[in-house]
Design a protein around this ligand. Sequence first.
Ligand code: MN
Ligand code: MN
Length: 466
Amino acid sequence: MDTNNQEGQASPLYKAKSAWAFCDKESEKGKTASFCDGYIDFLTSCKTERETIAFCKHFLEEKGFTADPGKDKYLATLRGKALFAFRKGTRPLSEGIRIIAAHADCPRLDFKPHPFIEQEGFAQAKTNYYGGLRKYQWLARPLALHGVICKDTGEVVPVQLGEEPGEPVFTIADLLPHLAQEQVAKTVKEAFQGEKLNVILGSKPSEKKDENGKDVPEPVKLAVLELLQQKYGVREEDFLSAEIEVVPAGPASYVGLDKSLIGGFGQDDRICAYTGLMALADSMPSAENCALILWDKEEIGSDGASGASSRFFAYCIEEVLHKHEPETSRGTVMMASQALSADVTAGMDPDYADTHDKTNSANLGYGPCFEKYTGAGGKYGASEAHAEYFASIRGLLNRHEIPWQSGILGRVDHGGGGTVALFLAAWGMNVIDFGPALLGMHSPFELSSAADVYTTYLAYKAFYEG
Ligand code: MN
Ligand code: MN
């Protein structure tokens, strides 16, 4: 006798099931691998919110989504940084929409408006870090530049440097251990300063002289600007209106002899952007009205026009309502909607197990994780999902036999975090945080489980199908 007692009842004990038992089934093995291959390619080619939104927009357009809110497949973007995709079901909109919301921005280093300096024979770019990152992780590693330079003529010059074979990369030099005796005695916060995150751009002086035949004051900086002018037709002033993001150079890849893990930059939260996108594309059209939202600025508090606190999402809903069901109010749709705040959570880290509450932590390889509440301390800043709603989604996945788990981020009073859930909840809809666990979240090389990537996609697909 194992799980059933004499009355034929299931065991009262609960234990999350390994997602590998599911993914290694004959029917799923090949699908898991091919889905993750596609995900790795996506991570490699989309490293900024702009690149992610452009990829998703193009992908959805190929699937028949258009800018017409009167059609059954509607797609809107905001300044190339946020996206709303909607697929009409047969149910009235007054019965709500099934929404998956993820974010496309990631912690990284941004060029400052006046980036260029020259110090001790090096031309460098000053940066301002974006989001919560550990500064030392960005030192002594190959970096690439991604973004746009906007000229005063209206021309937008796309930039991507440091990714193609044969292209140079960039870096921030770290202090040698020989001279780090003072630094290593400091706290991590004091030892690594934001103002030292200066990216090396070059070290060779320009041969140009001034009008008197004398050396120019900053010849290396000048040389770098000359190269940028040749390559992109831009001048120093143009960088005032540029958005250049410094990101880790190079591709994402499988990790481990068993290829069970995926390593790469920006899996928070492009893992949910990708699985959500594919779920929307692959789910069978059904009675359900379905929407995918990709927001920007989540990592810095969701403010700004392209962030979750903006009106963009509400305007998109209004467009859809106006065309399909003008008699229904926006409030009715919002209150009847069900949302998944599709974001990552912290997985149990074998070397930092003491930062987690083992009973309530997520584990890599156990499927997407429900986080009933986020926040910090005494649930401060939390969006807590209603128990009834959590139960309904759990039931849906159980009926589909899709693996899932439940966890919360870290030990009580050890920190915390938030997602876009509270911005969806503010409309009165049901929402729960639900996404895969990562190791090394917010690092330049985040780790996910291949089994979680695939089962998250299946879970999102089941949610859309209803
Ligand atoms: Mn996130
Ligand atoms: Mn994050």
